[in-house]
Design a protein around this ligand. Structure first.
Ligand code: NAP
Length: 266
């Protein structure tokens, strides 16, 4: 058992297990609190131990059984051992890979810092795929499960303010879409989430305009509804989703012009 995992002794008796990474963040934390209820075993991950235990305490107060972990998700061995241990106790019914980071170009015409880019690709793209790799055999054996991958509206069309982030979110969107058809015959669902701007540390640090920004609690309610209904894609808010979607389908020259015109080139 991973040394920093803190198990609730009654966890295995819970009727439903929901695993959430990024539980110390705005969206992951709001989702954890929304799922927290008697009969639910929440497995919460976050590196900030104090913040994580605050979220866990709130979820316990709502009646959930909570297990916390702060392992290094980008360490393949640590991740594999952690997920194996979880599955031995109770295979997650829902996995929400919410941990993620952003990077920005360091100045006009400058590329993003390479170390930052590698760390971003690790946590935004490689880690959710690695988590999927470990959980799918157990979910298939149970004949049920729901994988939830967090993309972004930036996955519709790359934004000059966040090139690597856009690439990671387009990548995880494509991965989730592909996986959905692959796993449907085994009753394992896949939902891709494409949020617009949601108030959070990451969102606050983002340059550029942030139209139709939502509070995390509102985003979490919409995300949970989509997961419960096994929707292929949950994208919001409507006006920004509709506009961003056009960027993906219009001729590339027009999309590039629109991105500049809308101020996403700064
Ligand atoms: N907010 C938005 O506007 C927006 C829009 C579209 C998509 N999203 C996506 O939604 C997800 C949640 O973001 P948020 O808005 O809730 O941001 P946030 O409040 O900044 O939270 C980010 C979360 O990711 C975790 N994290 C970051 N790097 C990590 C790493 N290397 N290893 C483990 N955990 C790591 C953080 O946990 P610790 O620091 O405790 O480890 C934190 O819990 C992200 O995937 C983000 O890309 C957000």
């Amino acid at each position: 058992m991973p040394s920093n995992a803190k198990d609730n002794e009654h966890a295995v008796n819970a009727t439903r297990c929901v695993l959430i990474t990024g539980a110390t963040g705005a969206i992951g934390g709001a989702l954890a609190k929304l799922y927290a209820a008697p009969g639910c075993h929440l497995v919460l991950h976050g590196r900030q131990a104090t913040e994580l235990s605050l979220v866990a305490d709130k979820c316990r107060a709502s009646g959930a059984h909570v297990t916390c972990s702060s392992i290094d998700l980008t360490n393949e061995n640590a991740l594999g051992e952690w997920l194996q241990h979880i599955c031995e106790q109770q295979v997650p019914d829902v996995m929400i890979a919410c941990a993620g980071k952003n990077t920005h170009p360091t100045g006009p015409g400058e590329l993003e810092d390479w170390e930052d880019v590698c760390a971003l690709l690790d946590i935004n793209l490689k880690t959710p795929i690695d988590m999927t790799r470990h959980l799918v055999p157990a979910m298939k054996a149970c004949g049920k499960g729901q994988l939830v991958l967090i993309s972004s509206l930036a996955g519709w069309h790359g934004l000059p303010t966040t090139p690597s982030y856009s690439a990671s979110k387009a990548g995880i969107k494509a991965y989730g879409e592909a996986l959905r058809g692959l796993l449907a015959p085994y009753n394992v669902g896949v939902t891709v989430i494409m949020p617009g701007y949601v108030t959070s540390r990451m969102c606050n640090a983002m340059p550029g305009p942030k139209p139709w920004e939502w509070p995390p609690e509102r985003a979490a309610r919409v995300i949970k509804r989509g997961i419960d209904a096994n929707r292929a894609r949950v994208s919001f808010p409507f006006p920004l989703n509709f506009g961003s979607w056009w960027l993906a389908v219009l001729p590339a020259g027009i999309s590039q012009w629109l991105v500049k015109r809308l101020g996403f080139d700064q």
